[in-house]
Design a protein around this ligand. Structure first.
Ligand SMILES: Cc1ncc(COP(=O)(O)O)c(C=O)c1O
Length: 418
């Protein structure tokens, strides 16, 4: 291979994480996978496609619009269901979108964050991210040559410590352009920002003139406690809301959206987002938009009802996984366990701390020899942090599979620590 194709950004391991998550199970067909954060297969019901599409067809028939043009032609760059999404955001999220033009319908969160980064990082600046964090954001930021500052999760969740990091950066002449946050149940560690943290983050963004990229992918999936308002609903003026229907409907639709900051004197970003979109994917497939819009209309602009059985099922799965962990790793005489884990109030993941390093080669060893796939949390990290942590996903394994998987994982831990 010519040297022009060696040592490039494409060699960076963070660019391989999403592919790895989607391929590791196929490479180890005999292993039970707790690796990927896929929604439950049982919740991915193709009946929703017909339901959504036919309800949308009915809706269009009651307007002056042509269904043929809407569904079959090149469509508006920003999307054709923006009014419907604005109503949905009001009902489910308490977000008042002042102008539906501020919404750009995208092919999943992944396109929403790509367009947003393209729109705001011209001329440089820093993207601040918690570490470890979902590689969808860090991978694309690297590909776009954006300078990233990973901040340890504990610092990120402490407003005083976060402010200090931001002030130190700026005192060195660096400009923070944006901060990425999964306010509810992050991937991979299931951490959340409290209401107080969210307000403090908004204040910091205003004072230091940067944007917050708020990812709400897991916000429906709360298993205990009260919903905390999104930052977008508290103050829209500094926040790009990056939404996804991958977990709340299903990922095959590849549907998501970005809502640009709004408010008095706020720069409108929709023109930039649309210019970028027109050159990346032209427009989001109208068929997929129609399915989402039809389901929203049918469900009175709310996905809470559709997701209620899912929340119940995920709650049971989380509880079951914790019970299995407790059974396989009981308290020892000194009242400690060999391994520890968090107790997430929502999301799809449990994060485990091991007494030894668990990286890519350990994942392969565990998959090949112990027939269970668990994902190293460190593969989501840009620093050397989290090297002894493991992300266990409970969203798409059945309870018997979880029982067996945790049993096999215990055997692996015993093999490493005889
Ligand atoms: C943190 C986070 N955001 C967003 C998404 C959804 O991305 P998309 O809408 O591109 O499927 C995921 C999926 O795994 C995720 O973990």
């Amino acid at each position: 291979m010519s040297s022009a194709f060696e040592n490039t950004i494409f060699e960076d391991p963070i660019l391989n994480v999403i592919h790895l998550l989607n391929s590791i199970a196929q490479e180890n067909p005999e292993a039970i996978s707790l690796a990927s954060g896929r929604p439950d297969d049982e919740q991915c019901d193709p009946v929703l496609i017909d339901k959504g599409l036919s309800r949308y067809q009915q809706h269009v028939a009651s307007t002056e619009q042509s269904l043929a043009t809407l569904l079959c032609q090149y469509g508006k760059t920003a999307g054709v269901i923006n009014d419907i999404l604005a109503d949905y955001l009001q009902v489910d999220e308490g977000i008042k979108v002042l102008n539906p033009e501020s919404i750009v319908v995208c092919m999943g969160f992944q396109e929403a964050c790509t367009l947003t980064l393209l729109s705001i990082f011209e001329g440089g600046g820093i993207l601040l991210v918690p570490d470890p964090v979902f590689s969808g954001i860090t991978g694309i930021a690297k590909l776009l040559r954006i300078k990233i500052l990973p901040v340890p999760m504990a610092t990120f969740l402490n407003p005083t410590a976060l402010r200090k990091v931001a002030e130190d950066l700026e005192s060195r002449g660096e400009k923070i352009k944006a901060l990425y946050a999964i306010a509810d149940f992050s991937n991979p560690t299931a951490d959340s920002l409290s209401y107080h943290d969210r307000r403090a983050m908004l204040r910091l963004a205003k004072e230091m003139d940067f944007f917050i990229l708020e990812d709400t992918a897991y916000s429906y999936f709360r298993y205990e406690g009260e919903k905390i308002p999104s930052m977008k609903s508290i103050d829209s003026s500094r926040v790009f809301l990056l939404g996804s229907f991958s977990k709340s409907i299903f990922p095959g639709l590849r549907m998501g959206y970005v809502v640009a900051p709004e408010g008095d004197g706020v720069m409108p970003f929709s023109t930039r987002l649309c210019k970028a979109k027109s050159l990346v994917t032209v427009n989001t497939p109208a068929l997929c938009q129609a399915v989402v819009a039809g389901l929203l209309i049918e469900n009175h602009y709310s996905l809470k009802g559709l997701n209620q059985p899912r929340v119940l099922s995920y709650t049971n799965k989380r509880d079951h996984m914790i019970k299995c962990l407790e059974r396989q790793f009981p308290l020892k005489a000194d009242a400690r366990r060999t391994i520890t884990w968090n107790h997430p109030a929502g999301g799809f993941f449990i994060n485990v701390h091991l007494p030894f390093v668990f990286g890519y080669s350990e994942m392969c060893e565990c998959a090949k020899d112990f027939k269970v796939i668990v994902f190293p949390t460190s593969l989501f990290s840009l620093t050397n942090d989290a090297v002894t942590q493991v992300r266990l996903s409970f969203s798409n394994a059945t309870t018997p599979e979880v029982t067996q998987a945790i049993d096999r994982f215990r055997a692996y831990v015993e093999f490493k620590m005889p």
